[in-house]
Design a protein around this ligand. Structure first.
Ligand code: SF4
Length: 473
């Protein structure tokens, strides 16, 4: 998928979470590097909260990890527990108040929460918090207060008692002054992994973060599992109960959201994407001179596609990797260049060639149309599009910011009409069964709703990102 400057032309990553319990280590710096490797999961804001057992201090702000933190402010976060968060908003707008970790500090009790996912019944839960003055419009603050007011003396009791009230996706790291907690919704929509660093435990959204900080992968936090990490190690606090819930891991994590070097359900994401390219080549073979990817999301699949058909793999688009990292608005004439700001074409490589262009998905189609036009102008003889997932026809309500249904091109047009709109010489998508086969997961353990419309739990199709704005006190 091409992450466009047009917010409606991309499925946005959600959030990345991290936690560490490690007396004697510089936990703030470790959290910083872990968040850095999870930056792909959210680029709107970042935050770290650190407890030294007596006081919990935090820094949160809008922007990338590298712009929120520096040596000076990190050095003020001293302690032995840290939790961190990278945000992309799925409920509540892109404001500083909505950055995380969310911190509740009430009657000498302190609780900090980093959340990846989306609580679809947050509006109902918010209406029950009549005595609470919320400062944000995020579902995470509602979740944190619901835990605070749940029955039980200790945080672990409160978490177990409150969790059955939450509907939707939540992979969470949280901490009190003395303990770290990790828990995941009973459907297990979003990933959450456990690791070990110098004998201490860490929790992260993806295993790539463990490698970055030199931690060993232990296992995934199971769907519905609640764990506490304290000075004695891991304490299993039991399972969250939700009637009728069973594992429904997000299939789109394999397609686009996770990093290719992460392990999800024991499968390396790169290998899943490679296999999806191979299977698509079997389903929709084509004669061509060159297979290329839309960088970077289509790369693993393009290599798989090329290897299956014995066609050379090469690059045709060079990505300007830092253009999305600027906060300076380009001048009008540069803005009008559109995708040309993001990609340069290797004109000499594609002139006169039949090119297969592989990508993971098409959302609105407008950016893909411009890329095809750009490649044809640069002399490509034919452009054949191969998409390594089925058409995205339904919005996600479980922590991924998709456009409204009427902005999803595949919800309105047939594949033939999409090909015509994009002006490619051919267009084929991988079948849903092909993608499930590539993931090496059991079909009934996956959420496939954005492709199939089969939502694992009832959703309201009028869900809005700003749903909590009218319920804020
Ligand atoms: S709807 Fe799509 S993006 Fe959302 S959780 Fe399900 S598979 Fe993932």
């Amino acid at each position: 998928m091409i992450s466009s400057s047009d917010p409606k032309d991309a499925i946005r990553d959600k959030c990345g979470v991290f936690g560490i319990y490690a007396p004697g280590e510089d936990v703030a710096k470790i959290a910083y590097f872990a968040l850095h490797s999870l930056q792909h999961r959210g680029q709107e804001g970042a935050g770290i909260a650190v407890s030294d057992g007596i006081k919990l201090r935090s820094i949160r702000n809008l922007g990338l990890v590298t712009s929120v933190f520096n040596e000076q402010n990190l050095s003020k976060l001293k302690g032995f527990i840290a939790i961190g968060h990278n945000r992309y908003s799925t409920t509540g707008g892109n404001t500083k108040e909505n950055t995380q970790p969310v911190i509740l500090s009430l009657k000498h009790k302190v609780f900090a929460v980093s959340h990846n996912g989306n609580i679809i019944n947050s509006e109902e839960l918010a209406k029950k918090l009549t005595n609470v003055k919320r400062i944000s419009t995020s579902d995470t603050e509602v979740l944190a207060y619901t835990i605070y007011y749940a029955s039980g003396e200790k945080w672990n009791e409160k978490i177990i008692n409150a969790a059955p009230l939450f509907k939707g996706a939540y992979s969470i790291v949280a901490c009190s002054k003395k303990r770290l907690y990790a828990f995941r919704d009973p459907w297990g929509f979003r990933p959450l992994v456990l690791g070990k660093l110098n004998g201490y435990h860490v929790v992260a959204s993806e295993s790539c973060a463990l490698e970055t900080i030199g931690a060993d992968f232990i296992r995934e936090v199971e769907p519905g599992e609640v764990i506490e990490i304290n000075r004695n190690g891991i304490v299993n606090l039991g399972k969250i109960k939700a009637a009728g819930a069973s594992k429904k891991f997000c299939l789109f994590e394999y397609v686009y959201l996770a990093r290719p070097d992460s392990l999800l359900n024991q499968q390396l994401v790169h290998s899943v994407r490679f296999r999806s390219g191979q299977l698509l080549a079997k389903e929709a073979p084509i004669k061509a001179d060159l297979v290329a990817a839309i960088p970077d999301s289509g790369t693993s699949a393009a290599i798989g596609f090329a290897s299956e058909l014995g066609i050379p793999y090469g690059e045709v688009l060079i990505k300007n990797r830092y253009i999305g990292r600027t906060f300076i608005q380009p001048e009008q004439h540069i803005r009008e260049l559109g995708v040309q700001i993001k990609f340069n074409v290797l004109t000499k490589i594609i002139a006169g060639k039949r090119v297969v262009l592989v990508d993971d998905s098409i959302v609105r189609g407008t950016t893909m149309k411009k890329i095809v036009e750009m490649l044809k102008k640069s002399g490509a003889r034919e452009i054949h599009l191969r998409i390594c997932s089925p058409p995205v026809r339904w919005p996600c309500y479980f922590g991924v910011d998709t456009p409204n249904r009427h902005d999803l091109i595949a919800a309105k047009k047939s594949v033939a009409q999409i090909r015509e709109f994009i002006k490619a010489d051919s267009l084929k998508y991988l079948s849903l069964s092909g993608l499930i086969e590539a993931s090496a997961q059991k079909q009934d353990s996956l959420c496939t709703a954005c492709f199939s419309g089969r939502y694992p739990l009832p959703v309201k199709h009028n869900f809005r990102k700003n749903i909590l704005e009218n319920t804020a006190s």
